[in-house]
Design a binder for this molecule. Structure first.
Ligand SMILES: Nc1ncnc2c1ncn2[C@@H]1O[C@H](COP(=O)(O)OP(=O)(O)OP(=O)(O)O)[C@@H](O)[C@H]1O
Ligand SMILES: [Mg+2]
Length: 1009
């Protein structure tokens, strides 16, 4: 539906237009952006946006433009459907839609079909979002895209979520998004309010607020309208009248236009008699029409968004010829505007609102009743969105059975369209009407319990687990009470339905992330298994057992395994491959946890295959994730990478990139390439991980990207950190990953204090009291220990025994933690993979370094544990190994390790490590360090490069012993260097030499320790 705005010249709004044109330019330059255009009704939002749309089309943009409708907030994705319908003539859009059947369902010819019970994977919404993202990306590859969504104050919940999702996820695609909304409609508890607030937090989203037009612009506009549209009567308006209209309209262009029209239609002398306020003015205009024309307008106002010709004619109750004449009259008076070939729209939404608001109560009920009997015909009902509208017409005409039936249908339709929030709303509506309908079971085609179950499931799918749990708890009590009363005469209590309710309740309880809920989940799952008959075999029984197994995973592997095996067998007997594959994943997961890695890989491979064959996406991704992780953990990077890549491809194709296990396989794919040293590829993947995150999965992905951003010293680190930090309190895992990596970043930046603090928190998050540390503690412990080692060495060189002892004690505690983590007291059978072993060996080597025995053999052990596949870790270890060898006086070997490390580091682009290597090269005089700093001009020209290093350390206030330690030379040698320097510089003291160094610009750059 396109609301026409007069094509006349736009007045004023230069600044606002300028900002929106910048938006287009940004999109063309691959910076995806969004603008929220707001302002009072009729102030000129649509006019401004239509100007931008035209200019965008002229610049080669593909424009998709859709509108929300006042009665449409229960119709899922209405503005998106509108936009797609409008653009579907273009071949590009048509092809992009054809390859995404789930999106095509939004279009009228999208087809129907009820959902099979097992199909409801709970992923439909994420899938829908992913598909829209994919569609825009695909279109944007050909030409920049402008997506306009008008009147978001009327948007459905799914559309609101979609707008948020797109604004966050689009970053390098050539896409601009413009949304408009009315400020005067946005009352304090309006659901769009928090969405606007959240969007405006994003740096890529701008707010364009339209204030009233200034009087001169308004006068200019009216003069233009007069010249263009009232060519026969230009002489009838004089300047005073015009000024009067401008003053009364208060900067609202639409109001001004209507005042002008009213003035011209009536007696100009009687203009003072014009009613006050826009609505009254509009009605006074309508009163001038014939009865038939008014009747048409009333019918059109009730028809709402679809003022379809056929519907309006039928609802107006006029004979054909009278109807035609009446419509023509409304069009001539610029009240209705033809919309395509199908029907009409009001020239302005405010006009429809005024007419609708003026209907008499009985009249309104009757017209809604007529509408509902018309829309009940299958020809209309087959069109997406009609059922939701029908439900509203029925409610407004007090047709309870009609509203009930339409709500059930609208719920199913919303579910099919991937809009669980709307589905839940419709199911809930139907439940509320249940008792007021004569044969509810027959009309709904299902029992009340089942309707309740769907209501809960869709609430959960829209992310509201609390509500789902609440509904299911109530349903369970209801069923229990019923069972106590004994079987009703007509029907046996449905044990399978009860089983589904219990099983879902247990599953959602586990997602609540709270210990008490976990216990309840276990209890509910156990009771559900007991109450579900095992014979004859059913998928419901198998599912109940498998879910029970999942609840047990929290603390009892043995029982969990038993139940998962039972669930697996039950699924096989019931021929339910999707349940079977899911149970296999659980079994594989347990095997992996218990250290039976070959068996785990075998089970997970089989589960993955079965899930693919059974075409159950959710299980397939779960299997892919666990399988890829098991490979990665054993150091089989190539195998892990392949499985994760396949999973990523599947997730993206099906729009599940950000769904559970969809994003997990993405980060595993990244990790495999981060580990194996294909860093350009790894960087490409990581760059796709969102930076401006506002949800837990996004924050997790962004944290993962830090692996490479930190190792390469990329500037994005700071921005990522700022966005993920708010999630640390709520979600342990990302906080753990990010804090550990940011500690490494701090270390590279020379901020030991911050590095230590971050690593300490990461370590504490790996504490699984009362058992003790998990292997996750090893890496941050090794990082913290390298700070301790640096400090212990410094303290020792400075002769500070107390500080040395303190640092060593702290390092000792860290080593204990690392060892405990490796032993994994909570799961003693777990087998540590090469990465864990590598980090443990590094912790041991760091401890030796802290104790003053920097041992080449210890570093060699680190290399051996990681194995050659881990490119970056190998180079990082060779750096320390070269240092240890240099300290031991084994210069040739040191040189060889250094060169190998430098080669890898340069290939990877690991800048911070390269800086550390250069620093080592200068101090230890090995490798091919960078050309020594020649700054300092003539005064320092007499110094050798070694003497410059020493002078730099003098300037940093280091003693001879400390200089000796940093440069791996004897204190005696250091003192010889110092006297030579003083001599060459003609300096009387160290202080004077330091002053010269500062003056000559020789920086006291922090060294590797
Ligand atoms: N800057 C302008 N120059 C010329 N005409 C304008 C301007 N702004 C608004 N108009 C005219 O005023 C009328 C109302 O504007 P518009 O439909 O854009 O308002 P709106 O803010 O979108 O209102 P709503 O909230 O009801 O959607 C239209 O007829 C439009 O052509
Ligand atoms: Mg508008």
């Amino acid at each position: 539906m396109v609301v026409r705005v007069p094509a006349g010249r736009m007045v004023g709004r230069d600044v606002e237009l300028g900002r929106l044109l910048t938006l287009l330019a940004d999109a063309e330059a691959r910076r995806s952006v969004a603008a929220l255009v707001s302002g009072d009704a009729g102030v000129g939002k649509s006019r401004l946006v239509s100007e931008v749309t035209q200019l965008a089309e002229g610049r080669g943009f593909t424009v998709l433009s859709g509108q929300c409708a006042e009665l449409g907030d229960s119709v899922p994705y209405l503005p998106l459907a509108d936009a797609l319908r409008g653009a579907a003539q273009s071949t590009g859009v048509r092809d992009a839609l054809a390859s995404r059947p789930a999106l095509s369902r939004l279009l009228p010819e999208g087809g129907d079909g009820r959902l099979a019970e097992e199909d409801r994977s709970g992923l439909a919404r994420q899938q829908m979002f992913g598909l829209v993202l994919g569609l825009l990306t695909e279109l944007a590859a050909v030409a920049p895209v402008l997506l306009v969504l008008e009147d978001l104050h009327w948007a459905d919940a799914s559309t609101r979520d979609l707008v948020t999702f797109l604004s966050r996820m689009l970053h390098r695609e050539r896409v601009a998004l413009i949304g408009t909304y009315r400020t005067d409609d946005l009352h304090r508890r309006h659901p769009l309010r928090p969405v606007v607030a959240e969007l405006l937090r994003l740096p890529s989203v701008i707010a364009v607020n339209l204030v009233p037009l200034d009087p001169s612009a308004l006068a200019e506009h009216l003069t233009a309208v007069l010249a263009e549209q009232y060519t026969t009567a230009p002489g009838r308006i004089d300047a005073t009248v015009l000024n009067d209209i401008v003053a009364r309209a208060e900067g609202n262009a639409y109001y001004a236009e209507e005042l002008l029209a009213a003035c011209l239609a009536g007696d100009p002398a009687g203009r003072n008699a014009l009613p006050a306020g826009l609505a009254a003015l509009l009605l006074s205009r309508i009163e001038l029409l014939s009865d038939a024309a008014q009747q048409v307008l009333r019918a059109a106002a009730v028809a709402g968004r679809k003022a379809d010709d056929e519907l309006v004619r039928a609802a107006s109750g006029l004979p054909a010829d009278e109807y035609e004449a009446a419509v023509r009259e409304a069009v001539t008076h610029q009240l209705l505007v033809p919309d395509g070939t199908e029907g009409y729209v009001f020239r302005h939404a405010l006009l429809r609102e005024a007419v609708y608001g003026d209907l008499l109560p009985g009249e309104r009920t009757r017209l809604h009743g007529t509408m509902s009997s018309l829309l009940s015909e299958e020809q209309w009902l087959a069109m997406p969105g009609t059922a939701a509208e029908l439900a509203q017409h029925c409610l407004a005409s007090h047709d309870i059975p009609g509203a009930f039936a339409a709500s059930v249908r609208a719920g199913e339709e919303a579910e099919r369209l991937g809009a669980p929030a709307e589905a839940h709303r419709h199911y809930d509506q139907a439940l509320a009407l249940w008792e007021r309908v004569a044969e509810p079971e027959k009309t709904a085609g299902m029992a009340r319990g089942k309707l309740g179950l769907w209501s809960a499931i869709t609430a959960a799918d829209s992310g509201d687990y609390e509500r789902a749990v609440h509904l299911l708890r109530r349903l369970r009590h209801l069923l229990a009470a019923q069972a106590e009363r004994g079987p009703r005469d007509e029907a046996e209590p449905d044990v399978l339905l009860a089983s589904r309710i219990g099983e879902r309740l247990a599953s959602y309880l586990m997602l609540l992330d709270d210990g008490k809920a976990d216990e309840e989940a276990m209890e509910v799952a156990r009771a559900t298994v007991e109450a579900t008959p095992a014979e004859p075999p059913t998928w419901q029984h198998a599912r109940a057992v498998s879910t029970y197994a999942n609840t047990l995973l929290i603390d009892d592997d043995t029982m969990a395994r038993e139940q998962a095996e039972r669930g697996h067998a039950a699924a096989q007997a019931a021929a339910a491959p999707w349940v079977q594959a899911d149970a296999l994943v659980t079994l594989g997961f347990i095997s992996n946890r218990e250290g039976r890695n070959d068996e785990a890989i075998k089970l997970l491979t089989e589960a993955h295959k079965q899930a693919r064959q059974a075409m159950v996406l959710g299980v397939e991704l779960r299997a892919a994730y666990h399988l890829a992780r098991a490979h990665l953990e054993r150091g089989d990077l190539a195998l892990g990478g392949t499985v994760a890549y396949e999973g990523t491809k599947r997730a993206n194709q099906t729009g599940l990139g950000m769904a559970p296990f969809g994003w997990d396989v993405q980060h595993l794919h990244f990790q495999c390439h981060f580990a194996d040293g294909k860093w350009d590829h790894a960087q490409e993947i990581a760059d796709g991980f969102p930076v401006r995150v506002t949800s837990v999965p996004e924050a997790s992905l962004s944290s993962m990207a830090l692996f490479i951003d930190v190792a390469r010293g990329n500037p994005t680190v700071a921005e990522r950190r700022a966005w993920i930090e708010p999630f640390w309190a709520a979600h342990g895992f990302d906080g753990f990953i990010a804090r550990g990596l940011l500690a490494e970043h701090a270390l590279w930046q020379g901020d030991a204090e911050q590095a230590l603090a971050g690593a300490q928190i990461a370590i504490s998050l790996a504490d699984q009291a009362p058992w003790g540390y998990s292997p996750a503690a090893i890496r941050p412990a090794a990082i913290a220990m390298s700070v301790r080692a640096d400090r212990a060495i410094q303290a020792r060189a400075a002769g500070d025994d107390e500080a040395t002892a303190a640092e060593l004690a702290a390092a000792g505690e860290l080593l204990r933690i690392a060892r405990e983590g490796a032993a994994f007291p909570k799961r003693p059978k777990f087998i540590l993979g090469p990465e864990g072993r590598g980090w443990l060996a590094r912790a041991e080597a760091e401890y030796a370094r802290a104790s003053g025995r920097n041992d080449p053999q210890a570093w060699q052990a680190v290399l051996d544990e990681f194995g050659p596949a881990y490119a970056y870790e190998t180079a990082r270890t060779q750096w320390r190994l070269a240092e240890a060898l240099a300290e031991a006086g084994r210069r040739d070997e040191a040189d060889e390790q250094w060169r190998q490390a430098a080669r890898t580091t340069d290939r990877l682009g690991a800048r911070p490590l390269r800086r550390a290597l250069d620093d080592l090269a200068r101090r230890a005089r090995i490798g091919a360090g960078p050309v020594t700093d020649q700054r300092g001009g003539a005064v320092l020209a007499a110094l050798t490069s070694r003497e410059r290093e020493v002078l730099r350390l003098i300037a940093a206030g280091r003693s001879n012993r400390e200089i000796a330690s940093v440069l791996y030379i004897a204190p005696k040698t250091a003192s010889v260097h110092v006297s030579n320097i003083l001599g060459k510089l003609g300096a009387a003291s160290r202080t004077e030499a330091a002053a010269i160094a500062h003056r000559e610009g020789l920086s006291a750059r922090p060294s590797g320790r």
